[in-house]
Ligand binder design. Structure first.
Ligand code: GTP
Length: 575
């Protein structure tokens, strides 16, 4: 029935229509196609949806080189315009993709393991840099990138490992430059802001945190290996500081608890309370360290105990003295009474003598008078002896009170503060001088001393009285305290002389700081009975030299201060 010679498609189409009519088959496109192929003797083929496929091809992403290549291959497959060609193109594309994916997985695994291995003479950062170079130089061509990375992994694989080495502890290297620089930025911020803020009491470490942060900024450290070692050392030190801070916090809490527990034991007279509170003030005003805290705890414990005991003894001694004086006054009263009665009796006897009529009467009266006189004499002797005893006892009690008061003063002295001005006393100054100079030598840092002496203080005392002089000293101490930094210290060196310690400060800066203090003193006028009194001081500033005894620096500051006096007062001399 079918013709074997090929007929033109239009003839086949006509015959198809005829057959459809004869066989009473509906002329749908599917039926037409089936009968058409039957007549033409060919295989029916699915329609090729070229328009739809081209729409898909147009929507394919073309951002990366790989996406672009895929889109082009898809378009080429569409151009074949029949399923066979399209099928072939797609199959080869998928085969290629699958083949590449498999190899990439293996390659990435190999690269990761080589990166984590510790090689002789080949550091982690050197490997990361080599990887970065390859990534930067071959990102447009996947095949080239693949083969270069393979070469890199192979090359590292031939390098000898460090025997028994574990893989590096650091985080996996970020593959892309942008990621790496992101990490650097975050780390720099942590170092500079978060960690830096926590290190106010460890300025050297804070400076190191800033230095490391600076190295991380921009293109990153020039020598990554050296940077890594430095960062690790910084981390160790940071750990120590954190441990110290924990310890200090605990010790502070214990100290506060101790004060609160014992405050009721302390008699709240100004001087004592002032001393105790000064210790706390000092504690909070300078950088804390373990030895300082331990020492303060010990000292405070001793002072509290000693003051409690002494106060009790003093109160006993005072009570005894009061009792003795009461008894003394009683004796005096008795004596006065007995002598008063005697005088009355003597007047009565005088009257009786005047009225006596005979010697017998008089002899009786003389006997009476002699008896009364003896009584008074006895009473007077007894009172005299009792008074002597009382006096001895009072002297003893006085001596006891003096002794106790001296001891009490010494106990207050232990608190190391001058009761008049509230600044450190000489003992406190000696201790702080020793500590600051040791710290300076240990840390190789700078330390300056300033000796301040009030100008014409004698004239002030003479003109306005000693009390005004005392008030002026208190005023100066307040101005000093309000204007020095928390890490500075000030103490009363002698009568109207004050010593200021300025750690981590050079001589010129110290001189500027003391001049600022002079201006402030002039600004904050000292008032006395609504009268404005100008107080000024002369000062000598010096820097403590490495290796010298701190007392030498104190002498130098003193000499510089005298130069300032000779040069006209109210000025600062350095030396
Ligand atoms: N009110 C009072 N006076 C004191 C105190 N300590 C020392 N002084 C007095 O301070 C005065 C110091 O006198 P000077 O050493 O002559 O010094 P100045 O008068 O300040 O003279 P220049 O230092 O040369 O300016 C003396 O009169 C001391 O008695 C104190 O605690 N209170």
């Amino acid at each position: 029935m079918a013709e074997t010679t090929p007929s033109p498609p239009s003839a086949i189409a006509r015959e198809t229509l005829r057959q459809l009519a004869i066989r009473r088959i509906q002329p749908t496109p599917e039926n037409f196609r089936e009968v058409y192929h039957e007549i033409a003797g060919s295989q029916p083929e699915d329609n090729f949806p070229e328009r739809s496929l081209r729409q898909i091809a147009a929507a394919l992403p073309r951002i990366t080189p790989a996406q672009l290549r895929l889109a082009r291959q898809f378009e080429a497959a569409c151009s074949e315009r029949h399923w066979q060609g399209f099928r072939q193109q797609l199959l080869s594309l998928f085969a290629e993709q699958a083949g590449e994916e498999l190899a990439w997985g293996t390659l990435v695994r190999e690269l990761t393991s080589q990166l984590e291995r510790q090689h002789h003479g080949l550091g982690r950062f050197a490997k990361q840099e080599a990887l970065q170079r390859v990534l930067d130089g071959s990102s447009n061509d996947n095949r080239l990138l693949f083969s270069r990375l393979q070469g890199l992994a192979r090359g590292w694989g031939t390098q000898p490992s460090v025997p028994g080495s574990a893989s590096d502890n650091g985080a996996s290297a970020p593959a892309a430059q942008s990621e790496l620089s992101q990490w650097r930025k975050v780390l720099a911020e942590i170092l500079e802001n978060a960690i830096g803020m926590l290190l106010v009491d460890a300025p050297e470490l804070a400076a190191e945190a800033s230095a490391l942060a600076r190295l991380l900024k921009g293109d990153g450290p020039e020598d990554p290996e050296a940077f890594s070692i430095r960062l690790r050392q910084f981390a160790y030190k940071l750990q120590w500081v954190a441990q110290d801070q924990g310890y200090i916090r605990q010790a502070l809490l214990n100290l506060l608890q101790l004060i609160v527990e014992n405050i009721s034991e302390i008699v709240l007279e100004d001087q004592y309370l002032h001393g105790q509170m000064s210790v706390l003030g000092e504690l909070f005003s300078r950088p804390l360290d373990k030895p300082l805290l331990e020492e303060l705890g010990e000292r405070l414990r001793d002072v509290i105990y000693k003051q409690g005991t002494l106060k009790r003894s003093l109160a006993d001694a005072q009570q005894r003295l009061r009792d003795m004086l009461a008894s003394f006054v009683g004796q005096l009263g008795e004596f006065a009474e007995s002598t008063g009665a005697y005088h009355g009796k003597v007047s009565a006897f005088a009257e009786k003598i005047a009225q006596a009529k005979n010697l017998h009467e008089l002899a009786g009266l003389v006997d009476d008078i002699a008896r009364e006189t003896r009584n008074v004499e006895y009473s007077a002797r007894r009172s005299h002896q009792e008074l002597l005893d009382l006096r001895t006892a009072v002297d003893q009690a006085n001596r006891e009170i003096n002794r106790l008061e001296t001891e009490l003063e010494e106990a207050s002295e232990l608190v190391r503060h001058d009761p008049l001005t509230g600044t450190l006393n000489r003992k406190g100054l000696d201790e702080i001088l020793a500590r600051e100079s040791a710290r300076m030598q240990r840390r190789n840092s700078r330390l300056c001393l300033a000796m301040l002496d009030v100008d014409d203080f004698k004239k002030l005392n003479d003109s306005f009285g000693h009390t005004t002089g005392d008030d002026a000293l208190r005023h100066l101490a307040t101005v000093i305290r309000d204007n020095i930094r928390p890490q500075d210290s000030a103490g009363r060196f002698g009568g109207e002389e004050f010593l200021v310690l300025l750690p981590d400060t050079g001589q010129d800066e110290a001189a500027i700081a003391i001049q600022r203090l002079q201006r402030e003193l002039t600004r904050r006028i000292f008032m006395r009975d609504n009268q404005r009194l100008l107080i000024t001081f002369s000062a000598g500033v010096t820097e403590v030299r490495a290796g010298e005894e701190i007392q030498q620096a104190v002498i130098r500051a003193d000499q510089a201060m005298y130069r300032a006096k000779r040069a006209g007062k109210n000025r600062v001399e350095s030396g």
